[in-house]
Design a protein around this ligand. Structure first.
Ligand SMILES: [Ca+2]
Ligand SMILES: [Ca+2]
Ligand SMILES: [Ca+2]
Length: 336
């Protein structure tokens, strides 16, 4: 048994077969040793030839020049690393093109190096914590925009049909038109009132509570959003039948049993879900525009929940619509 150290690794082999000295031909006459040494885990089986001169014992070797050692390594067992995960610095060396790593999973820090173009990873599925970032955008289209960060609506708003929609809040809605005394169709089925959304963001009216005088009150409900577009109008009425309501496309129908609009004095109050008042209009029996078949219209330059409290802010509405009454349900007001 002889030993040799190469590159910091110790090798042992069963037999050395000295060949001719330098200048000669390698020993090819002896059959190569093809049997692995089973006595050592890191064994290498080698053929070698060495020179036959004296060993180098001094600073200068005066003997014949050593011939290089030729070694055939024919059986070197590979031991897979089963130690703890590598937590050292990222590998920035050349791409590994070797066989797939079937060792234990790497749980070290994430690799931020260049893209791996090597063979596909067939290791275990990632069971780490879920990615909670914003939903993916497709091209330049996000689920809702504009938002911060992209893909999310502001707190309190919901994404509906690609648009961020908020609930009714103070400052968002103004009562702009009241048809309390219809003529072309029966009263109260022809009654309606109009609200304007002052903000750019669409408003879902669900959750809005509307209070009349006495105990009259209803809440806007529904399985689907009742949306008023940004800077748009909505009409809430007693009847959804155009033949009965005078030809008005209602945004929401509350029903004549829930509320009536008196032909003399009455009040309409919009309440947010938290109970705060969004707007309130109380018209008296006299002093405000009151013409049968014609709406009370807030002057189009006045779209304000405080300024609509006084008589001078209102005018008789027009022009004729539907069955022949006057007003602009769902559109900007006109004074006539
Ligand atoms: Ca009425
Ligand atoms: Ca008001
Ligand atoms: Ca109007």
């Amino acid at each position: 048994m002889a030993a040799l150290t190469l590159g910091g690794c110790a090798y042992e082999w069963d037999s050395l077969r000295p060949g001719p000295d330098a200048g000669g031909t390698p020993d090819v006459g002896t059959p190569r040793d093809t049997a692995a040494d089973t006595g050592n885990a890191t064994d290498a089986v080698a053929d070698a030839r060495v020179d036959g001169g004296a060993a180098d014992t001094g600073a200068t070797d005066a003997g014949p020049v050593d011939a290089p050692i030729a070694m055939d390594v024919i059986d070197v067992p590979v031991v897979i690393d089963s130690g703890p995960p590598d937590t050292g610095p990222l590998d920035t060396g050349p791409l590994d093109t070797g066989p797939l790593d079937t060792g234990p999973r790497d749980t070290g820090p994430r690799d931020t190096g260049p893209l791996d173009t090597g063979p596909r990873d067939t290791g275990p599925v990632d069971t780490g914590p879920r990615d909670t970032g914003p939903p993916a955008c497709v091209g330049s289209q996000c689920p809702c925009a504009p938002t911060t960060p992209a893909g999310w609506c502001a707190i309190g708003a919901a994404c509906m049909g690609g648009t961020c929609v908020v609930g009714p809040t103070a400052g968002s809605l103004v009562i702009t038109e009241i048809m309390n005394d219809p003529l072309a169709v029966a009263d109260p089925l022809g009654e309606w009132f109009e609200v304007y959304n002052r903000v750019e963001t669409p408003v879902d009216l669900r959750g809005l509570r509307v209070r009349g005088n006495g105990t009259e009150m209803f809440e806007v409900t529904g399985a689907n959003p009742v949306v008023v577009a940004g800077r748009g109008y909505a009409v809430l009425g007693a009847s959804g039948e155009t033949a009965a309501n005078g030809g008005v496309a209602m945004t929401y129908v509350y029903g004549s049993a829930a509320m009536n609009l008196s032909n003399s004095s009455d009040v309409i109050t919009l309440l947010a879900a938290d109970g705060s008042t969004i707007d309130s209009v109380a018209y008296p029996a006299s002093g405000w525009p009151e013409t049968m078949g014609r709406s009370k219209a807030l002057r189009p330059a006045i779209l304000d929940a405080s300024m609509n409290d006084v008589a001078v802010a209102w005018c008789p509405g027009g022009p004729a619509f539907g069955a022949g009454d006057f007003g602009t349900p769902g559109a900007a007001n006109v004074c006539q």
